[in-house]
Design a protein around this ligand. Structure first.
Ligand SMILES: Cc1cc2nc3c(=O)[nH]c(=O)nc-3n(C[C@H](O)[C@H](O)[C@H](O)COP(=O)(O)O)c2cc1C
Length: 318
């Protein structure tokens, strides 16, 4: 049950994927997802140099013999990185799947194809999904308005985007944004997705290296406790509602400049806050699905729980 083109393509047991999470989805998390039968995605830009990414990939390989993926988020960074170098490192270390996100991966496709990896690309619109298929990726993840992170500018929900994308594409589609349990998993498969990608659910796991006080704060949050910042710079980010996020929104409403915003959205500021548990000092990406999450299980418990619930739903419906 639940075998799809995605499980076959990636060599995984269940079509359940842990979305890349900057600063958080490092070797331990990624390996825990792999060992539980899903696909973990390492957020490569967490590591300031390709050398450190290489060490982390080796660490993940020491923790699992199952496949995992490396994410390359192709967005401008305050501290310039060579995306080619990060891709080359993942290929040299024999990572079998690379996820691109953030913008059209066309200029990297030759390197990716020559490297023999499977390429999954994450988008937030049907148009971008079609472009990704055209430039030759193997699978597309479509994320809706609910998602934690960057849901794009269109404000269209997962419920609509998944079937729209499935109707337009030949290659397999993975659904992301707002999925956190067996009900969401079954809904996504019903909409035609061949896998699900979840960030927020895995953020609230034992293995996620997020400060315990922020985990506790998120456990208290409801589906109404997220908001979108950075729309003014065309890069909206869904984050948990904090004094910090409200402050950024107010700055944007007053017409702040990019120069004034940059220190607020600086990645190192975010890393410090996530490590130290200072929820009101930086933005904390988080999806609306937080309203469905009130426990802190292990990653294996999350994945086993989803499959168990999905099987029960299958029985009930038949
Ligand atoms: C804390 C956090 C950090 C994230 N960092 C990244 C990132 O660096 N690159 C990326 O492509 N997506 C990132 N995302 C988005 C996730 O990979 C995934 O698309 C999203 O969480 C799915 O929606 P959900 O949160 O509703 O499950 C992040 C999400 C969260 C919650």
């Amino acid at each position: 049950m639940f075998q799809t083109r995605i499980t076959k393509m990636f060599g995984i047991k269940y079509p359940i994927i842990q979305g890349a999470m900057m600063w958080l989805s490092r070797a331990e998390m990624v390996a825990a997802v792999a060992n539980a039968g899903g696909l973990g995605i390492m957020a490569s830009l967490t590591f300031p140099t390709a050398k450190e990414l290489r060490q982390e990939i080796r660490k993940a390989k020491s923790l699992t013999d199952k496949p995992f993926a490396v994410n390359i988020t192709l967005l401008p960074t305050l501290r310039p990185r060579s995306f080619e170098e990060y891709i080359a490192t993942a290929i040299e270390e024999e990572v079998s799947i690379i996820e691109t996100a953030g913008r059209n991966p066309r200029q990297y496709m030759k390197q990716l194809r020559d490297g023999g990896v499977k390429v999954m690309h994450k988008v937030a619109s049907v148009k971008a999904a079609k472009t990704a298929e055209r430039v030759g990726v193997d699978a597309v993840t479509i994320v809706g308005f609910e998602e934690g992170g960057n849901p794009g500018m269109d404000d269209v929900t997962t419920m609509i985007l998944v079937p729209r994308t499935v109707d337009e594409l030949e290659i397999p589609v993975i659904a992301g944004g707002g999925i956190g349990d067996g009900r969401g998993f079954m809904a996504a498969l019903s909409l035609g997705a061949e896998g699900v990608l979840m960030g927020t659910r895995f953020m609230l796991s034992q293995e996620c290296p997020l400060h315990p006080s922020i985990k506790q704060r998120l456990l208290q949050a409801s589906e109404k406790d997220t908001l979108m910042i950075m729309r003014s710079i065309n890069n909206p980010e869904r984050v948990v509602t904090t004094k910090f996020a409200q402050n950024v929104l107010e700055m944007e409403a007053k017409g702040t400049t990019l120069e004034e915003l940059l220190p607020m959205i600086d990645g190192l500021r975010q890393k410090r806050a996530l490590d130290k548990g200072e929820a009101d000092q930086a933005m904390i990406p988080c999806g609306q699905v937080i309203g469905l999450i009130d426990d802190l299980p292990t990653i294996k418990e999350i994945i086993d729980g989803i499959i168990k619930e999905a099987r029960a739903i299958g029985k009930r419906l038949s």
